[in-house]
Design a binder for this molecule. Structure first.
Ligand code: PMP
Ligand code: GLN
Length: 388
């Protein structure tokens, strides 16, 4: 038999799937894969049911339903002062994952270079390589996850087509500062490149921070593709509704890729997400406040159990340094052991690195019910105490 595609067959099953199945097998509390255990805002879920029953069940337009594209443009103006033409500059996708793939397949040529910051979400590099492009990495190091102008100068070249920015950053919980975004914007402009901005956690920023899209910085409006996800904004990760916003000249090639990847996204879900994006400020504030309280709860619990927890400014995640645990094993082995023996699943942070991976950090997801977090902490405390 002939082999499948060599780039993709070189990858194993994603760590999120692996750890969720392992958690099931061991009946572990799953703080690995990032998904909330609630059911999302009632108004949004009810709208999805209503539109389904009313017959919104056939192919919607390829770029997305006007109602959702308008809602995405209105949301961008409301939160960030961005002025988007919903007809020419907004496209609906089947999750941020598809938006990312459409951006990369739509913009990259074989031999183009792509600048990426590690740690990085696991779908970026396989798609870049499948498109025949070459990844160039900037490694951010815990606990500050910062970088310098010199790091950017090493990674960018004349062949740089685009950079991928994930802000807020999974799994580090980093929210990029205006100064960092400005440095990046200067590099993008100097190299006549684009920026694909994965901003799926835009509403999950804590301690009074405000999300600042790279697109809102001077010179970036025409160079940036901004990606959002209803999965994160409405705690409905299984829906896989995403959106990409960009100047027409950038969006057009991306739409060419989208039409051959998925073409479209379930219409009842699109209508429901349009309802969600129109919810009052209270909804968005409450979402961030709730998640911040969960972060604090899990962080305190992990610290009490004996783990050294790093700061998390945003996202669903916090990371812990396991070097003080007394176990001399890498993060992947540690997570497997924690799942099987302590009954708590986490994700090894090395899975977010292509090179120079740290081996001492693990990621916990805190977008769970308080009881779930408390049960995880109880199990960890018991397990660590038994080993002491
Ligand atoms: N980017 C990042 C950084 C993520 O954490 C996720 C997680 N799901 C995605 C993209 C994918 O989003 P979606 O489920 O909307 O495809
Ligand atoms: N984004 C989620 C996480 O980081 C996982 C998404 C997936 O399972 N592919 O946990």
């Amino acid at each position: 038999m002939k082999a499948g595609n060599t780039v993709l067959s070189g990858y194993g099953t994603t760590i999120f799937e692996v750890m969720s199945r392992l958690a099931e097998q061991h009946k572990a509390v799953n703080l690995g894969q990032g998904f909330p255990d609630g059911n999302g805002p009632a108004a949004v879920v009810e709208a999805a049911q209503r539109y389904l029953a009313e017959g919104w069940n056939q192919y919607p337009p390829m770029l997305g339903l006007p109602a959702l594209r308008q809602a995405v443009a209105t949301h961008a103006r409301r939160f960030y002062g961005l002025d988007l033409d919903w007809q020419a500059e907004v496209m609906v996708t089947s999750g941020a994952t598809e938006a990312l793939a459409a951006c990369l397949f739509g913009l990259l040529e074989p031999g183009d270079e792509v600048v990426l910051f590690q740690p990085l979400y696991d779908s970026y590099v396989p798609i870049i390589r499948r498109a025949g492009a070459i990844p160039r990495f900037v490694s951010l190091k815990a606990p500050g996850w910062s970088f310098s102008r010199a790091d950017l100068e090493t990674a960018f070249s004349d062949r740089t087509k685009l950079v991928i920015l994930n802000n807020p950053l999974n799994p580090a919980g980093k929210v990029w500062t205006r100064e960092e975004l400005t440095l990046l914007a200067q590099a993008v402009e100097a190299h006549d490149a684009y920026a694909v901005c994965d901003e799926v956690y835009e509403h999950l920023v804590f301690d009074g921070r405000r999300h600042l899209p790279l697109m809102a910085l001077p010179g970036m409006r025409e160079r940036t593709l901004r990606i959002g996800s209803a999965g994160k904004t409405f705690s409905l990760t299984g829906w896989k509704v995403g959106y990409v916003s960009a100047a027409p000249a950038l969006l057009q090639p991306v739409a060419k890729a989208h039409q051959f990847l998925t073409f479209t996204t379930p219409p009842n879900l699109q209508h429901a997400v349009a309802v969600g994006l129109g919810l009052g400020d209270h909804y968005f504030r409450e979402l961030a406040d709730r998640l911040q309280a969960r972060r604090d709860r899990l962080s305190a619990g992990l610290a009490a159990a004996g783990l050294s927890v790093l700061p998390a400014e945003g996202t669903y995640f916090l990371t812990a340094d396991v070097r003080g645990s007394g176990l001399d094993e890498d993060d992947a082995a540690f997570c497997a052991r924690l799942t099987a023996e302590a009954g708590v699943a986490a994700i090894p942070v090395s899975a977010f690195f292509e090179q120079e991976a740290p081996r001492h950090l693990i990621r916990f997801c805190f977008c769970k019910a308080e009881e779930t977090l408390d049960e995880a902490v109880r199990r960890l405390e018991g397990w660590f105490a038994a080993r002491a």
